[in-house]
Design a protein around this ligand. Sequence first.
Ligand code: ARG
Length: 587
Amino acid sequence: MEKLLDLISKEVMDAFEKAGYKREAGRVSVSNRPDLCEYQCNGAMALAKECKCAPINIANAVSDALKESRVFESVEAVMPGFINMNLSPAFLADYVVKMSESDKFGIDLPKSETIIVDYGGPNVAKALHVGHLRPAIIGESIKRILKFMGHKVIGDVHMGDWGTPMGLVMTELRERKPDLPYFDESYTGEYPKEPPFTVADLEEIYPTASAKSKEDPDYKARALEATLKLQNGVRGYRALWDHIMNVSVNDMKRIYEKLNVEFDLWNGESTVQYLIPDMVKEMKESGVAYESDGAIVIDVKKDTDTKEIPPCIVVKSDGASLYNTTDLATIKERVIKYDPDQMIYITDKRQDLYFEQVFRAALKAGLVSDKVTLSHIGFGTMNGKDGKPFKTRDGGVMRLEYLIKDIQDKMYEKIKENKNIDDVEARKTADIVGLSALLYGDLSNQAVKDYVFDVDRFISFEGNTGPYILYTIVRIKSIISKYKEQGGDLSTLKIGTPVNASQKDLMKVLASLSQTMEGAAAELAPHRVCAFIYDLANAFNSFYHETKILSEENEARKGEFIALINFTKNVLEACIDMLGFEAPERM
Ligand code: ARG
């Protein structure tokens, strides 16, 4: 379906043409004076200069040409030459009915693409912490938005699973249990199926090892050696690495699940190591990469750059590959395996320059064609109320699991406070609503901006929050179930022409859905979906407060109200699903 604003603009453009003016002037926008009108066109003012006539004359002629239009209820030319318009309620109702009867609410879907979203990006062997919240939930929402728009989307967690942290863990393990067969290079038997540590061990081992290596150069050297052994495929080290991966990945899955975050691929830096030697060789042979101070680099600066873009280092001077190398090889692998139209990376915005270098190097080396869009969504920092990066009360880094639990516990207290509700149900509801508070609190901010993590605000049932949105959905559900209890049948209902201003407003917000979705998908911007559902929830609540719905005596009209709020609920539910949460039955 065509977007509502486009339909309206077309109507006004036709009128400009009919009145003898050029159509381009007829572009309409939503009124910035909603007290005066719903839509406005300022084209007459711009035209007046060109055709040297009074803008009000043009506006009058256009208004006359719109007299018979079925799109508008009223059209008025006002000094010095504005055209103010109000939409015809019947036209609006028609539009919303069509939306409600169409697949995907009548949104025109773009050509379907294959899109890889690279998000999450945790480093293995460390517990997930608050820093892992944003990449996970922003990426998940972008993935869901693109899926909704009909794309084939592949989410890759892309773990950091190949560097020194691995060598550190192995070294510390060796200190503690030197007799394990993994460290015996003459051992040829099978290695144990059971890992020689638990997640809890692992989480303690890594920081210990990391601290030791900072103090003890000898320890550090052993850790580097262990890393090298792993990378060279020494059997025992590979077996140990498999254990580390299994234990960490299972734990990560458990926590991501609490956030409703799910990946299609559990790949990481290790996945593409097999591609690196040939890739580097080809880069050198083609001359794209060259030696500089012992390292292998690709120049990526352009004449048009306004800031310094340093070369992309492909191999370090000691011969080791690095973050860049695996990212380049990953691009190569993705092109071979999935032939994607787009690759989208979600990380902290401090990696902006890094990705710019990698993207340019990949293109220059021919790993990817210029038909493939590579983009980096860099997000800002989650701050505490003091405006500094979020910390625990004692200044530490909070584990992601505790952050989630904390907000769900607070939600539970709140739910228990208000109602006499069974404990098990209160817990279940608190988990769902608490998650909405966390996700919405984050996603409602433009990703690139820093924001303040304010639990008390996030869990509020009022204002621009997840719980407010859910409360609205639950309210609609409850009206609908009462309607059904009274013998109402939803399947025969149809949305009707609005009978009051708040009903019309609600329909106007609904009609702007395709505009919102188009923008959200193009800009990869979940916050636009949040802004839309906040408007929609507000519009519904105004309608609800100003209109007797269930007690409406005219049965036909009551049915039209129910059809409208049911459609509102469907749209809200589809939108929160794109943000990664759902609504409970009651709250
Ligand atoms: N592990 C990286 C980090 O902790 C993030 C990975 C992002 N994805 C990528 N393909 N580089 O910063």
